[in-house]
Design a protein around this ligand. Sequence first.
Ligand code: MEV
Length: 438
Amino acid sequence: MIAPIEGFSKLTKEEKIDWIVTNYTQHPESAKTLLKRYWNTDTDIQKLHDEFIENTITNYFLPFGIAPNFLINDKLYAIPMAIEESSVVAAASKAAKFWSDRGGFKTTVLGTEKIGQVHFIFEGDSEKLNSFFERVKPKLFIEISAITKNMKKRGGGISAIELRDKSEQLPNYYQLHCTFETLDAMGANFINSCLEQLATTLKREAQNHTEFTTDEKDIEVVMSILSNYVPNCLVRAEVGCQVSELSDDPKKATAFANKMVQAVTIAKVEPHRAVTHNKGIMNGVDAVILATGNDFRAVEAGVHAYAARNGSYTSLTDATIENGIFKFWIELPLALGTVGGLTSLHPLVKLALEILQKPSAEELMQIVAVAGLAQNFAALRSLVTTGIQQGHMKMHLLNILNQLGASNVEKNTLTNYFKNNAATHSAVVEAFENLRKQ
Ligand code: MEV
C-alpha cells in the first residue's frame, strides 16, 4: 500500500512529479515524459499556469475553436469555444449560419442582480430580531462602504439587505439576504467580502443590543457566501421566422416546425429528456464560459436550479408556432464577468474577449445565451430530422481514426468513404482494417 505523503505542496514541481509517477504509475519514465510534453515552452506562460492552482504538474489542453457568423442584434460575432466534444463547434456554426440568413439572434438582458447571504442562528423572539435589524440596517450599509466605495462610484454596489426568517424550514435559522450589482465583474470576491463584514457587524451589534436577552445577543453566524442561484441575473435570446422560411419545401417546413415544438414540449414535461436537452444547451454555454475565463461550475449549478424553479426539472428553451411564425427562445440566469479573475490573467482568455470585441458582462451574457440557444437548435434539428448520429459520427470519425493510428492518406480515403456510409465505430474499424489489408 502507498504511504500517505506529508507536505506534498511544499515539494518542487519536479519532486511532485517524481513522487506521483513513482507511486501511482506503471511506467514512471514515460509518464514523466508525457507530463513534461504538455509544459509550455514559454516559461512565463508556464509559470502563470503553474500558479493558477496548487500542486500543478502539467497543463491539460482543451481545443479552443471558433464558431463564426453569429448575427446577434445585427452585429456579427465569431464566438470562441473551449470544448473537447466533437461536433459542438460545427453544430453551433451551422445554427449560426442558418439564423444569420433569417434575421439573426435577438437578445435582451432581463436583470443583473447578484445575491449573497449571511446564514445565522438566532435563538429568541423573532419580533425583537426584526426591530433590531431595522435599527442596525443603516450601520450595516455604513460598515461595508469602504468595500463598496469603488463599485458604487461605477454605478454598482449593494442594493438591498433583507432579513429573512427561515425558522419554519430549520429552527432558529435566519438570513441576511443581500442583492448586489457588480457591473462587469462576476463579483464573487466583492460579494463575499461585503458579506463577511456584514456578519461581523451583525454579531457585534447584537452583543450590544440592550433589548436582547443573553441568548438572543449570541447570534451564531454559520456562514457568509454568495449564491450561485441568480434568477434575477437573467438574459433572453430568441430567433424567429415564418414557418415557410424553415425549408425550401413548404411541407417539410411545416413538419419541421411542428416537430421542433414537439421536441421542446417533450423536454418541458419529461425530466429525463429535459436533462439531455439542457445538457446540449450547456455544450454551447460552457464552451464560451470556459473560453472567456468564467466559472462554468457556478453557471451549471445556477442554470440547473433555474430549470427546476417550479418544482420539476424542465426545458430551458421554449418554442411556439403562432400565425405562421416559428419562435424559439431561451432564458438563462448567468452571472458572468469580463473584468477581474482569469479575464485579465489568462492570455487566451484575453484573446477570446478581444475576438468578442471586448464585451461588457451584459454583452457576454447575451453571447453565451445565444451559444446555448444555437446549440439546442442544432441538436433538435438533427434529432427530429436525420437523427443525431449522422453528424456526431462524422465528427467522431477523425477521433476514431486517430485512435487507430491512421495516416493522413488513410484518413482522407476513409473520410471520403464515410461521406456515403454510416460511420459507426465498428464500421470505421472494419473499413480501416480492410484498407490496411489492401
Ligand atoms: C450531446 O452532447 C447533446 C445532445 O444529446 C443534446 C440533445 O439531445 O438535445 C445531442
